[in-house]
Design a protein around this ligand. Structure first.
Ligand code: EPU
Length: 348
């Protein structure tokens, strides 16, 4: 029996729903319960009516950073909150608020079309806006923390909304408070970005500079940077609509300078960038490639031929097959280099 308030708000909790269309790996498992939430009011009511903090739940945006290893014996909440609006502006900046269910790339294109800079390097990242702060998405020298202003989240235990500022979110490399102490306590409902009316372009990343040059671009704009990023991504990252994947499966590990220097003696081509005192971030794609996994097909799955860090579903892989491959890759990287690589993808 559904609580009256859910019926009154037109929310329909369905049973035994296939999640195949809702995850970019294309894994065919079922959710015991499945509900689509279209407004923030519905979300608050759902939380208050069910006290969701006591239940097994899975919040879905675009399902682009997720590996499902079996049926989900709880409630899957598909966040479908829509709307993009300017909430404040001055001569230099615009504060753009996007609801969580907007497609990330649509938001990027919307800001580029209006001449607002800051998101262009993050073009074509799959997924929805609400998931972006969870792991502080980043690419080509930019992370969302660079333009992030604040977000609004609904507390699962009460249905009340709370605002998180940038310091509240504790952003790090593919990290935020929502993967740590606030994990499983909130659902992100909207995110506000502070964008530049006089864009400062970020073209430090070698591949962007090379692509702009190849495209014959002499006057660089946010549009030409976005076009370059789209071109780079399309050249090495498989389109999830064509080949199931969740982008980088692992994070690039941070190792000590001592270990980096030791490895560099044996492997002079090792790719790494200093990230802090005594730490070097190493390219996991390079480590995986050196272990012979790049382009290797294992049953229905494998490591992609153009980017070893991306694991793919060649058709009917189940989540466990992909997870087994991921663990084998982890193990061989550890055996060869003594480095632990950790999944970036949320494994459920
Ligand atoms: N590399 C290899 N072999 C490979 C892949 C990469 O040797 O198979 C080497 C490259 O030659 C390069 C270095 O590794 O020297 C870095 O490669 P790349 O520029 O492709 O970036 P990445 O570190 O592999 C990260 C992000 C991507 C993001 C790109 C571009 C992580 C885990 N991944 O990948 O993000 O698009 O940088 O900024 O940080 C994602 O998170 O899903 C994602 C795709």
């Amino acid at each position: 029996m559904l609580p009256f308030c859910l019926i009154a708000f037109g929310m329909n909790i369905q049973q035994q729903v296939s999640l195949k269309p809702y995850n970019t790996f294309g894994i065919d498992v079922k959710a015991k319960e499945f509900v689509v939430v279209n407004t923030i009011e519905e979300l608050c009511i759902l939380c208050a009516a069910f006290n969701l903090s006591d239940r097994k739940i899975l919040v879905l945006g675009g399902g682009s950073n997720l590996l499902l290893t079996g049926d989900f014996e709880g409630m899957v909440i598909k966040v479908n909150l829509k709307g993009i609006e300017v909430v404040k502006e001055n001569d230099e900046h615009v504060w753009l608020k996007s609801m969580a269910g907007e497609v990330w790339h649509d938001l990027v294109i919307h800001s580029i079309n209006n001449g607002w800079g800051g998101l262009e390097n993050l073009s074509l990242i799959p997924g929805c806006v609400g998931a972006a702060p969870m792991q502080n998405i980043g690419a080509y020298g930019v992370e969302i923390k660079d333009t992030f202003d604040s977000l609004e989240a609904v507390e699962l235990s009460t249905g009340n909304t709370t605002v998180f500022t940038k310091p509240d979110c504790k952003f790090g490399y593919r990290e935020s408070i929502f993967k740590q102490e606030a994990k499983g306590k909130y659902i992100i409902a909207s995110v506000t970005f502070k964008l530049n009316k006089k864009p400062e372009l970020n073209t430090q990343y070698g591949a962007i500079r090379d692509t702009l040059q190849k495209n014959g671009i002499t006057e660089v704009t946010i549009k030409s940077v976005s076009d370059a990023v789209i071109q780079i991504r399309q050249s090495k990252l498989p389109d999830p609509k064509v080949l199931g994947n969740a982008g980088s499966f692992f994070k690039n590990p941070e190792i000590s300078v001592e270990l980096f220097n030791q490895l560099k003696v044996e492997y002079p081509d090792l790719v790494g960038y200093p990230t802090g005192i005594n730490l070097v971030k190493v390219a996991a794609g390079w480590l995986i490639e050196q272990c012979g996994w790049k382009g290797k097909v294992v049953g229905n799955t494998g490591s992609h031929k153009d980017q070893a860090l991306v694991l793919v579903n060649y058709g009917n892989a189940n989540g466990n097959e992909i997870w087994t491959l991921a663990k084998a890759i982890q193990q061989s990287v550890f055996e060869k280099f003594g480095v632990h690589i950790q999944p970036e993808v949320n494994v459920i």
